[in-house]
Design a protein around this ligand. Sequence first.
Ligand SMILES: NC(=O)c1ccc[n+]([C@@H]2O[C@H](COP(=O)([O-])OP(=O)(O)OC[C@H]3O[C@@H](n4cnc5c(N)ncnc54)[C@H](O)[C@@H]3O)[C@@H](O)[C@H]2O)c1
Length: 268
Amino acid sequence: MMELFSLKGKTAIVTGACGLLGKHHCYALAEAGAKVIAADVDEVASKKVVQELGEGHMGVGLDVSSDLSVMEAKESILERYGKIDVLVNNAAINDMFENPNAALELSKFENYPISLWKKSLDVNVTGVFLCSQIFGKVMAEAKQGSIINIASTYGVTAPDQKLYQNEKGEQTFYKSASYPTTKGAVISFTRFLAAYWGDKGVRVNALSPGGVENGQQEFFKSNYAGRTPLGRMAQPTDYKGAIVFLASDASNYMTGGNLVVDGGWTII
Ligand SMILES: NC(=O)c1ccc[n+]([C@@H]2O[C@H](COP(=O)([O-])OP(=O)(O)OC[C@H]3O[C@@H](n4cnc5c(N)ncnc54)[C@H](O)[C@@H]3O)[C@@H](O)[C@H]2O)c1
């Protein structure tokens, strides 16, 4: 039975490999036996992640929103490993405001900057498209592979803006339209590609994680936990099993799905 989950002899690319979750996706895939290619716009950090993984893995600098950059990465990956078995489209950007004091006003839908909207579409949607096209073509030609697109609970349900209200009931921030829009697109794109490449043996699934604890303010963590059936935010390690499941033969008959791992967030 456990053989089904083995990734021995497989190569797996993780984009956005140096972030909070990307690192754990890399650890999970390596622990299951894969050779991991940690790909991130931060090349130096990608090499560090690889050092933590041990021998046989590879760090590459890669901007998912640039076709040239993805093509270059593909060449160096194929030169070293000769094949691609798994692609985790994990890189994404979330709302960030240079000046935190301006965040409340700028995060309102009425004021949200078009530049941030375009940047989110570029990285979160076009990035998934480009990596799937360029790396996935190698899989389709080999008639095998698994693509995992990291979406979000916010691609399934609308953001609950009450989460961002502090103990005094003051709204501190609004989750913008761009993040849920891009994550909804990722789920839709997943269905498109799963249907398109079904006959090529390339499986394409989405994984929708819930919110991960990462030094947020106490009021936010408490609001989040209170609205979640399992009563807590996720830990970054909570998705390791789901990643290996989707990457491996354990999910052999699954394509076009959206595996929601969210402590029950989306059921209420
Ligand atoms: N953290 C959460 O609570 C949470 C919840 C649900 C879904 N997700 C999703 O999980 C994924 C990972 O989230 P995270 O919290 O680890 O994010 P993060 O911000 O910690 O990491 C993102 C990584 O992507 C890299 N990156 C950004 N732009 C890039 C580009 N153009 N090309 C290549 N790499 C780029 C960054 O350098 C960074 O290492 C994202 O798709 C995110 O939307 C996260």
